[in-house]
Design a protein around this ligand. Sequence first.
Ligand code: ATP
Ligand code: MG
Length: 432
Amino acid sequence: MKYQRPKGTMDILPAEAVKWQFLENTARKTFGRYDFHEIRTPIFEHFDVISRGVGESTDIVSKEMYDFYDKGKRHITLRPEGTAPVVRSYVENKLFAAEYQHPFKTYYIGPMFRYERPQSGRLRQFHQIGVEVLGSQRALSDVETIAMALNFFDKLGIKQTKVVINSLGSRDNRQLYRQALIDYLGPLVGQLSENSQRRLQQNPLRVLDSKDQQDQEIIKQAPSILDYLDSESKLFFEEVQGHLRELGITFEVDPLMVRGLDYYNHTVFEIMSEAPGFEGVLTTICAGGRYGGLIHEFGGPREFDTSFGFAMGIERVMIAMEAENDQPKQPENPDIYIADLTAEAGILGLKMAELIRKNTLIVKCDYLIRGLRSHMRLANKLNATLVMMIGAEELAGNKVKIRNMRTGNEQYFSLGDIESDFLSAYYRMINL
Ligand code: ATP
Ligand code: MG
């Protein structure tokens, strides 16, 4: 029987995983500087958390849920996104209480699951990094969080980015705009794709999200939501734009950009990349915005019920990162390569490896009995700093031979010296 991984999943092999670690560590470091702290919620949630949190009419809930009934007949789903779980946790753990950070600034890194038709860049298990600022009122939060995303991309070497923003205004503003959109699209319904016809029924704003060519032509002429904002919403949007300019962040306003979740209001934004890996298609690598009503929906207090967040797909960010960096990340080089030359040398090699690793150095020792020439070839290839040779002569004399690979110099070291004061012996080795 031959097994294959499930459709739409990937094995991240060690050479790739190094890049993932770099990306994730960079996120942790960057977000930490902005006073964001990690949260880890379960991989699965009650179905209702997602269906209520994301919205019944979204593609995620209506088509893409990886849901099932467990042995206790509970309706469970693998999480398709991170915001609803984080808000569920915020309310359940009363993270709005006085002893917690306010606004509550958090990030998550992990796998998400959507039952989609797998294709290039579209998986059933994919990975997201997301952040949420829960209980944040001010435009400063929006701008700080967008700046943080750009700072993160900069640290990854992703420089060719484009920031696009829009405002969805308040719930009332959206209600007016929704009607205007229905008035505009209604007479054209026959020309819309099937998907957009369905969206027009359920959630007209989402028609603007359509990727269909002919839909796009129609959408171009659609009314702008910016004409339906009240003065308060306009002021907020102007503040966001003013702050972005103060920070020297270049951006465009796209009045037809909407987001898929039902709870978005006011600022929405996307960061796009045209990196070569995307084959000439301007691709969104980070998307988010301000949302309200979700905390209350989950039973939390209204006074904190305005938040800002974004999510990015790691697989996509990786494509942009690789396109703009020619040096792929390598695994770290061994400090010491142990060449055990006889079967009897193996246990001394293992003891030495343990001692060296306790001193926080990286050791390569594979316990395959090889000749010296084969060991040296591998040590060279791995770019080891030192080689420790252990053969019959060394075993008999309670010593090891050290070769400094940079200078080519060799010297014997007694086991007694190494064991009694490893660091001073090591210092002498690297200065050979
Ligand atoms: P799309 O319109 O491409 O389906 P989306 O609106 O469903 O995107 P979001 O829910 O905003 O995407 O998720 C944020 C990011 O997560 C996306 O920009 C993308 O990078 C990534 N993403 C979403 N779905 C998938 C998937 N099935 N496979 C890989 N990455 C994904
Ligand atoms: Mg999608």
